[in-house]
Design a protein around this ligand. Sequence first.
Ligand SMILES: CC(=O)SCCNC(=O)CCNC(=O)[C@H](O)C(C)(C)COP(=O)(O)OP(=O)(O)OC[C@H]1O[C@@H](n2cnc3c(N)ncnc32)[C@H](O)[C@@H]1OP(=O)(O)O
Length: 410
Amino acid sequence: MNNQSSGPVDPLSLERPRGTDWPEILAIDARAFALPKPLPADEMIEFRNRAGEGDTVVVRDTASEGQPIVAVSLYFPVPVTVPGGAAATTAGLSWVSVSATHRRRGLLRRMITEQYRTWRERDFPLATLTASEGGIYERFGFGPAMFAHRIRVEPAAAQFRTPAPADSRVRYGSTEQVVRHVPAVHRAWAAGRNGAITRPDTWWPSIIADRNFRRNSQTSGLHYLLHADGYAAYRIDARDKTAIVEDLVYTTPQAHTDLWRVLTSLDLVSAVTASIPVDDPLPHKLVNARALEVQGRADQLWVSILDVVAALELRTYAADGDLVLDVTDGFGDRAGRYRLTVAGGRATVTRTDDDAQIGIDIATLSSIYLGGISVREMTAADRIDADSAAASTLASMFAVDEAPFAGTFF
Ligand SMILES: CC(=O)SCCNC(=O)CCNC(=O)[C@H](O)C(C)(C)COP(=O)(O)OP(=O)(O)OC[C@H]1O[C@@H](n2cnc3c(N)ncnc32)[C@H](O)[C@@H]1OP(=O)(O)O
């Protein structure tokens, strides 16, 4: 894959990394993401194993003597639940870093072009990522596919409508209990939640180890609250006495109530902060919904549909219908007309030359795929070209019962 041309030799060469490159890759990443220090060595080994399940590309500046690696991009398989409950193995793009000395010279584009080629070769239906900035990835066919509310609850003001049970049914867990309970209950939660990432078994040791680099010196390690049907993991920031909820998963509404009830009764804590689904029932369980303040809305997972036929056939639909979509794609090979026929909630998708009722680009289709942005919103924003009857059919088909929520950053 070295660049070979008859003109001047391009010193920037796109390659797979050598084993000895990893410390430099970590250093590049730390600089690019403005981190205080690179990932520690034990974490690096786990991360390399994760990256080993996908593919990593680097750009080497062969003219540089000091630190020749100037860019890195990698992906690994990330399982995501789609509407209807199927688990899609997505290509999770991560660690995209270009050295400040080499920015805006097309290195990101070169790396993603190569990653895209691999994804298509390996038949991934979807690619996913969590974005550092909102303006970068649409040009490559990614769209924001779900949002989370950043919330702040003041324990003193949060009173539940239902009385507290005599026993909270929640206990702090020992490490052994956490290892036994948490991955299993998370897996059960993710299997039933639209848009959720199922964390592969290999991710858990690092999450549970909760090594120091994940927090600053004023922030505690994770405290796990365990419930038969869920768990919450939070840490305390000693500077402002807030409890930061990192995970709250549940498979029954009772577990959601029981866990939040304990979290909002922490003494000497000024506020509890969390990132929750946009349709989380918590505010409606409180006597005064304003005890919960939504401080912001952030995009969570970005999705790019790689294989239109496979992706659209993977999810289920809320209404039957028959539409031809004219999909445009300014980056890859996904453009074309696709007939989407839904019967009994399941889709059959075929390429066609028939006239289209819907004009849509691949990033917009990716944004509506999980239902995190509605067809109505995208039509109103002029991102979908359709008459009102076709737009209404598409909206009914793509409607979801539950807002997508990934629950994991990668
Ligand atoms: C999934 C993830 O890992 S998200 C993390 C992304 N990484 C970071 O944010 C770390 C810090 N930033 C960086 O390392 C780099 O600035 C990157 C990776 C964002 C961009 O790398 P570059 O090599 O400079 O990008 P490149 O020159 O290939 O640009 C590709 C296109 O993206 C555009 N672009 C690049 N950076 C940005 C940006 N921050 N905002 C908007 N557009 C951008 C370019 O204008 C270019 O557009 P075009 O090809 O349509 O004309």
